[in-house]
Design a protein around this ligand. Structure first.
Ligand code: 5GP
Ligand code: MN
Length: 339
């Protein structure tokens, strides 16, 4: 396997001449994907580069407050414009994903590009052969922290302003579960201390991300926790299966189901929480675990997915009921790891 050159080798080029840069992220971006991408974009613009941020798909309303988010191109909604920008790109930064397939309809385009490609990610089993430069650190809290280190290590930590700090903080806050997951290292807190010195308002960031939903979303959560959650105590597991009819009835949009999978983990003894949602074109899985259950391997083996040890996703083209059946069979096979 070809190795990516370390990011440090890119540092001299950062200040050499202005480049046309595209920053992109995984589909249906979460706060870490969008926050790290916008944070990097703010930084590179300060160095004089021409930067465009492209998301493979649309994104949740709770990301729209982020400085620079209004200028992000939605690839699905503006493919021609995005392709024209990609054709001109000299550098392509790919943030918070490990394989091009995570960029949905953009994957073929990204794969075909011959410019300098840079990967910055923290997911298991990255497609390193496709990138010229890059860093992929699995035990890292977030891509936002990797971007922070990139900025500081390149000698430009002084360029981090309030806008950059807000974006990077949102990413690391979300991926650490507000600084509670085990990935929250001392370096995360040191980073936050540095970001705070810009004077940004961290409680506003929490509010924008977590207290920014409509009434229907809370009623939807109440409904699915009451009626769609099954607790399988023999496997220390809980599963929530959401049919299309619930999505339509409660007018659920991109981002409204973010965090739903975490609720069952608050039940005493539950080690694995799973959520399957009937999306238009596929059934989307989310897995979360506490302790030593490996969600990444489970998602890879059974549901065409992957991610991190304690948080992973997957998909299936089969119906919800069939997926639940498959999940229960998979649990049986994996039972010893859930005791
Ligand atoms: P979520 O459940 O929030 O969609 O995803 C949980 C974690 O797993 C996130 O870090 C996400 O980027 C990753 N993830 C979600 N779906 C997939 C997938 O299909 N493949 C891989 N490799 N990672 C995924
Ligand atoms: Mn992330």
């Amino acid at each position: 396997m070809r190795l990516m050159k370390p990011l440090q080798e890119l540092f001299p080029f950062l200040t050499q001449q202005p480049r046309r840069v595209v920053v992109t992220m995984h589909q249906k971006p979460d706060p870490d994907a969008m926050g790290s991408s916008l944070g990097l974009a703010h930084f590179l613009r300060k160095l004089g580069h021409e930067v465009t941020v492209i998301s493979p798909t649309n994104w949740a309303d709770f990301l729209k407050w982020m400085p620079g988010c209004k200028q992000v191109i939605d690839y699905e909604a503006a493919k021609e414009r995005a392709d024209a920008v990609l054709d001109q790109a000299e550098w392509l930064f790919c943030l918070d994903f490990n394989t091009f397939s995570r960029t949905r309809h953009m994957a073929a385009k990204l794969q075909s590009m011959s410019c300098v490609k840079v990967l910055v990610d923290h997911h298991e089993e990255p497609q390193t052969a496709a990138f010229t430069y890059g860093i992929s650190v699995i035990p890292m809290s977030s891509t936002a922290e990797l971007i922070y280190q990139f900025i500081v290590d390149s000698g430009h930590g002084n360029l981090i302003d309030i806008a950059t700090a807000e974006c990077l903080y949102a990413g690391v806050m979300a991926d650490t579960g507000s600084f509670r997951f085990s990935v929250t290292s001392s370096s995360v807190h040191e980073m936050v201390a540095h970001l705070k010195k810009t004077g940004f308002d961290h409680s506003r960031v929490h509010e924008q991300i977590y207290d920014n939903f409509l009434e229907n979303r809370l009623r939807f959560i109440g409904h699915v926790l009451s009626n769609r959650m099954e607790v399988l105590y023999e496997y220390n597991t809980a599963i929530i299966a959401v049919p299309k009819s619930d999505i339509l009835k409660y007018n659920i949009r991109t981002g409204d189901t973010e965090g739903l999978v975490n609720y069952p983990l608050s039940i005493l003894g539950i080690k694995l929480a799973a959520l399957v949602i009937d999306r238009d074109e596929e059934r989307k899985w989310s897995f979360r675990s506490k302790g030593d259950f490996d969600c990444n391997s489970f998602a890879r083996k059974y549901f065409e997915g992957g991610g991190h040890f304690n948080a992973a996703g997957g998909r299936s083209s089969e119906g919800v009921d069939e997926n639940v059946r498959k999940f229960k069979l998979a649990l049986k096979e994996t039972a010893s790891q859930l005791q």
